[in-house]
Design a protein around this ligand. Structure first.
Ligand code: DGJ
Length: 737
């Protein structure tokens, strides 16, 4: 057979057999058309310049391995073949990428290759957040598959970015038949691999302890990582990675996978009897069904696949780069963010205009750049049990409205921000009196309450219209610079009385599409507003929300020591600049722990710095220390928010944590070291830096000089005296002649 190939930069197509090779200098992804027009996966990993079909699946005699009747054979079966998008109900007994129910009750669906197109750049996904690219930054391959008997088409999209080891994937199914069909599962991607000496890394957790790093060996069977909450959730981030058994932060192969979606999600990791691994991610198919009318399509969210052959730091840096340059669409994505003071832990619901003015004035004196008025400014909101939905200023607390506070901030050169929780409703509210039917519930049945509130059905246009009108009014009248968008409970009794019985499986996804629609309108209408997303802290910290809102409140847990793990895990894929990190008072509200102000300052300065305390309660020496913290952060803010981030020591494995930030030109760096528990007669622990220029001489804290190679290979003793628990140190590195 002669092989011919069409070489275009990034995507190479060879014939006989038809093979697609997406590659740049860092990554290769290969698949091709097999016998019976099945789309088979060949290779995903470190870049190869040429692909000579070495990974075509061998013809092997297998038992209990059905083949198509026309070619009856025992050495070619879907049950073992690595595929690009497995169907359901046929010879492949592993997890299907798609399940569709047809009018005759059949749920068997299998696609074969039809054709392909290649486009420059990256088309947007209708109604969904997704990565974007200029025409010269990426290429997109769309492969059309068909299911002839069922009159369905399946479009698989693959985008490869020119300068990143990143492939993004999504799937769209179209009904060409005469009758509606019901889509019951559509993965965003499916990937089969013969590599099995792998560990699975995931980010799980709970409220106030989000994104714990958990690593376990892959074994035969199925592992599901999911959320059924109608939100990405505190408990399972829509991310996981398959990594070498011996991978570290600096070495070994890592395959990171992330879903750009904020609703219920599901990742399936399956190892079959032949130790072949299949991984899939997509909308959770529990309580999900989508009617597809003739000529209509259903689009899956996008998934991001990142490859690294240099360990986890390199994987994370690629995610950070992608999210900053190709996902966060806000004009603020590349701007340094203001240092804010949020009044939540300072006052909770109890404040008045005078008290807030005093807090603003005192914050200004400290060098703070934005004041954020949190929960409690609207309706009659003196406790969490009322007023959500009534986005009208509470004149008892603020008789003159919000404008004087906003004007006061602006007169001091500060910005003014405001908290909303748009997706919720309290029973004790005017909105509930007017529109009890706007709630997600099953009429006449018992419902679940959480934090005294219910979820508004954002799938309905009238609900979104109301919220857009109310929020626009407040934004315009209060001259807002920033919005914190909170969401404090998850969905239950997911039902919409306006839809038919058979459409109820659509409600949860319709909600998320509605949420995205509202965010699209709001962020388009108010491009100058800096949005921060929040869900009881980091309960919806996902790439979907980052598309609209370039920063997220990382966790309600502001304890500096707890934050080490939370921020460490979060940094696995989310950029440092997206992580809201605040200094709060001690004893800490969530853990009761006392930690030094210095350590609280350094942990919060490892992200997007803010304060969550009453500045009027600071002692004079604390005020002076906070002033210095703020001055220091301002001097290093660009480096911290946009430098290359390296994790150096893992709080999940040791009682220490360290990380650092290195400028693009490697001329400046800042490293931070945290010693969690102090030990008597402590062994000496070294700190090895990373990311420096080995042949460059650096001054360290202006105290001594050393070359990059020494600082990285040999390292330093970060703490030489025992200063008690929760001690920390910072190292400023500057290139010198
Ligand atoms: C949960 C958020 O995470 C907190 O920061 C605060 O805004 C409260 N909600 C207010 O109700």
């Amino acid at each position: 057979m002669t092989q011919t190939s069409t070489k275009s930069e990034l995507i190479e197509v060879s014939s006989n057999p038809l093979t697609f090779h997406l590659h740049n200098s860092q990554v290769s992804y290969v698949f091709g058309v097999e016998d019976e027009n099945v789309l088979a996966h060949h290779y995903y990993g470190k870049s190869v310049d040429h692909y000579s079909n070495l990974r075509r699946y061998p013809r092997l005699m297998r038992h209990f391995a059905p083949s198509p009747e026309e070619i009856e054979t025992r050495d070619f079966s879907l049950s073992t073949l690595p595929q690009e998008f497995p169907g359901a109900g046929g010879a492949d007994y592993r997890e299907p990428g798609i399940v569709v129910e047809f009018p005759n009750g059949s749920r068997t669906v299998n696609f074969t290759y039809d054709s392909y197109t290649i486009t420059d750049g990256k088309p947007q996904l209708a109604g969904l957040p997704a990565t974007f690219a200029q025409k010269d930054e990426a290429k997109t391959l769309t492969v059309k598959l068909v299911e002839n008997d069922a009159h369905l088409e399946l479009y698989l999209s693959y985008t490869i970015f020119r300068d990143l080891p990143v492939i993004t994937r999504s799937a769209r199914v179209k009904n060409l038949g005469q009758q509606p069909v019901q889509v019951q599962r559509l993965a965003s991607f499916s990937l089969d691999s013969p590599d099995n000496e792998l560990n699975l890394l995931q980010l799980n957790g709970r409220y106030a302890q989000e994104r714990n790093v958990t690593v376990e060996p892959l074994n035969t069977g199925i592992k599901i990582l999911d959320s059924k909450r109608g939100a990405s959730g505190h408990t399972q981030n829509p991310f996981c990675a398959l990594i070498d058994r011996h991978a570290t932060e600096f070495s070994g192969e890592a395959f990171g996978f992330c879903l750009i979606y904020s609703g219920s999600h599901k990742s399936i990791i399956q190892m079959d009897g032949y130790n072949q691994v299949r991984i899939q991610m997509g909308i959770n198919d529990q309580n999900f069904e989508w009617w597809l009318e003739p000529q209509k399509s259903f689009q899956s969210p996008e998934a991001v696949l990142v490859h690294s052959d240099q360990g986890l730091n390199s994987m994370s840096q690629s995610f950070h780069d992608l999210f900053l340059n190709h996902l966060m669409k806000s004009k603020y994505s590349h701007q340094t963010r203001p240092i804010l003071l949020n009044n939540w832990e300072a006052t909770y619901f109890n404040f008045d205009e005078k008290q807030l003015q005093d807090i603003i004035s005192s914050s200004h004196d400290l060098g703070i750049e934005m004041f954020v008025l949190d929960d409690g400014w609207f309706g009659e909101r003196d406790a969490p049990d009322s007023s959500l939905g009534d986005w009208v200023v509470d004149r008892k607390k603020l008789p003159n409205g919000l404008k004087p506070l906003s004007d006061y901030c602006h007169s001091l050169g500060m910005k003014f921000g405001l908290w909303f929780e748009p997706e919720m409703i309290s029973v004790k509210s005017k909105l509930y009196e007017d529109h009890p039917d706007w709630v997600l519930e099953i009429p006449g049945q018992r419902r679940s309450i959480d934090r005294s509130q219910f979820v508004l059905n954002l799938g309905r246009a009238e609900v979104r219209d109301y919220l857009l009108e109310r929020m626009s009014y407040i934004i315009d009248h209060a001259d807002l610079d920033y919005i914190k968008w909170d969401m404090n409970r998850n969905m239950t009794e997911v039902y919409d009385a306006k839809l038919s019985a058979s459409e109820q499986g659509e409600v949860s996804h319709r909600y998320i599409l509605g949420l995205y629609d509202l965010l699209e309108h709001l962020t388009d209408k108010y491009p100058d507003i800096l949005f921060e997303s929040c869900s009881g802290g980091g309960g919806r910290y996902d790439a979907g929300m980052l598309y609209y809102m370039p920063q997220t409140w990382t966790s309600d847990n502001t304890d500096a020591i707890a934050r080490l793990k939370i921020q460490y895990g979060t940094s696995l894929l989310y950029p440092v600049v997206s992580m809201g990190a605040h200094v709060s008072a001690v004893p800490n509200e969530q853990t009761g722990r006392m930690t030094p102000l210095r350590t609280r300052g350094l942990v919060a300065s490892s992200g997007n710095l803010g304060y969550e305390l009453n500045p009027l309660n600071l002692l004079e020496n604390e005020r002076q220390e906070v002033k210095l913290q703020i001055k220091w952060y301002k001097a290093h803010r660009h480096l911290i928010q946009f430098g290359k981030f390296y994790r150096l020591q893992d709080p999940f494995e040791t009682m220490r944590t360290a990380w650092m930030f290195v400028s693009d030109d490697k001329k400046a760096a800042v490293a931070m070291y945290f010693n969690i528990f102090s030990e008597a007669s402590s062994p000496l622990h070294m700190l090895n830096f990373a990311g420096l220029d080995p042949s460059q001489k650096y001054s360290v804290n202006g105290e001594y000089t050393a070359y990059g190679s020494e600082l990285m290979q040999i390292g330093i003793y970060p703490l030489t005296q025992n200063d008690g628990d929760f001690d920390s140190a910072v190292f400023e590195l500057k290139a010198v002649e």
